[in-house]
Write a protein that binds this ligand. Structure first.
Ligand code: GAL
Length: 369
């Protein structure tokens, strides 16, 4: 009986949304994206993790990590699903494939994480970036890879992979910091001396010649058309924000360090009323932790830390999820997108999409009903 009443109440709540446009839908509750119905139009479970969304020509494209049924099969590449309403998702298949050729960077067995696609109106190309780890090398490589396509649904053509901005100092590193030399191995991790060394840029300098480490990542295209790559660097201890070249396929050479020793991953950025907001997670692998929130008046900072952006029950562990993307909606709202990882079988990791809400002072927060 109780269930009947709940169902009736639910149906009543949903009634006004029936037939409503995306605008109405997007500003209502997260129950419209329930954890249990993440299937595509073929009824198959959506396999697109660590996602990024591209809006192009009025349609949404959801790009994500393909995760195999059996771990040892390796990932197939990057998957894509398309939708006009963010609810009904058509499987567009694998838009980027790993290679079966031994020895290449993207050989089957490599790790592909957090793919993001942006459109470049100058080159009329869709540009895919993802975090790449080489086959059988764990998470040592810490590279980004880039591929391009003339259509959103690919196939994306691999351009290459590497680390960020070799030989170039971050803009917000002082002359004094640039001239230091550190013997990092002499310090025990998390001692005050080690923390200070990391904050002063010991890993930035260590990696200067070969380029900065790039792991969890996202992309952002600003209103002026400039694009940015935001990634966990320096042994996942410091985020970096790097401007992309005009064609979006490389870094321009301008970059900054953000929150040194903050230990941030899973960056998701958006801009609201002129303020840049960055939601991240801590670094606990597949296990959830408390989300973090930063804001800045400019992409170049200064970045200020705020309290946990999640509120209510389960908020101390981001409701069991980890941020991946914040999608601007046509009605001016934003959708917070996160992964509920299932490390025993990553393919069936779940998704959590919740509307971003704002306090009177403009601070964003996320609540799970
Ligand atoms: C998480 C990270 C994921 C993946 C995982 C591997 O912290 O956000 O993208 O790299 O670690 O353990």
């Amino acid at each position: 009986m109780k269930r009947f009443f709940i169902l009736c109440a639910l149906a009543l709540c949903l009634l006004p949304a029936a037939g409503a446009g995306l605008n109405e839908k997007s500003s209502t509750t997260a129950e419209q994206w329930p954890d249990s119905t993440w299937t595509d139009t073929d009824g198959a479970y959506i396999n697109a993790h660590g996602c990024g969304i591209l809006k192009y020509g009025g349609r949404y494209y959801w790009f994500g990590e393909h995760r195999p049924e059996q771990y040892q099969e390796g990932q197939d590449g990057v998957t894509c699903y398309s939708s006009d309403d963010l609810h009904t998702w058509k499987n567009e298949g694998l838009v980027f494939r790993v290679s079966e050729e031994p020895g290449v960077d993207i050989e089957r067995g490599c790790v592909i994480e957090r793919p993001k696609v942006i459109y470049n109106p100058k080159t009329k190309q869709f540009v895919l970036w993802f975090h790449l780890e080489l086959k059988a090398h764990g998470y040592e490589a810490a590279r980004s890879a880039v591929a391009v396509s003339d259509t959103p649904t690919g196939p994306y053509r691999y351009l290459g992979s590497g680390r960020a901005n070799p030989g170039i100092y971050p803009e917000n590193m002082t002359e004094e910091q640039r001239s230091r030399s550190w013997n990092v191995t002499a310090y025990k991790e998390w001692t005050p001396e080690w923390i200070q060394a990391v904050q002063e840029g010991c890993f930035t300098l260590r990696d200067l010649e070969g380029g900065q480490m790039e792991r969890d990542m996202t992309l952002y295209v600003d209103d002026d058309g400039k694009a940015y790559h935001i990634y966990a660097s320096e042994e996942n201890l410091t985020l970096q924000i790097a401007e992309l070249s005009d064609d979006f396929t490389t870094h321009s050479g301008r970059y900054i360090r953000v929150a040194p020793t903050g230990h941030n991953e899973a960056p998701a950025i958006f801009k609201h009323d002129g303020t840049y907001w960055l939601i991240t997670s801590g670094c606990t692998g597949w296990a959830p932790n408390e989300a973090r929130l930063y804001s800045a008046p400019s992409i170049w900072g200064p970045w200020t830390k705020h309290p946990n952006p999640c509120r209510g029950e389960g908020s101390e562990l981001t409701f069991g999820a980890q941020s991946t993307y914040v999608l601007p909606l046509p009605d001016g709202g934003f959708l917070f997108m996160a992964d509920i990882w299932k490390p025993q079988n990553l393919k069936y990791s779940e998704y959590l999409w919740l509307p971003v809400q704002f306090d009177a002072d403009g601070t964003p927060y996320v609540e799970k009903p």
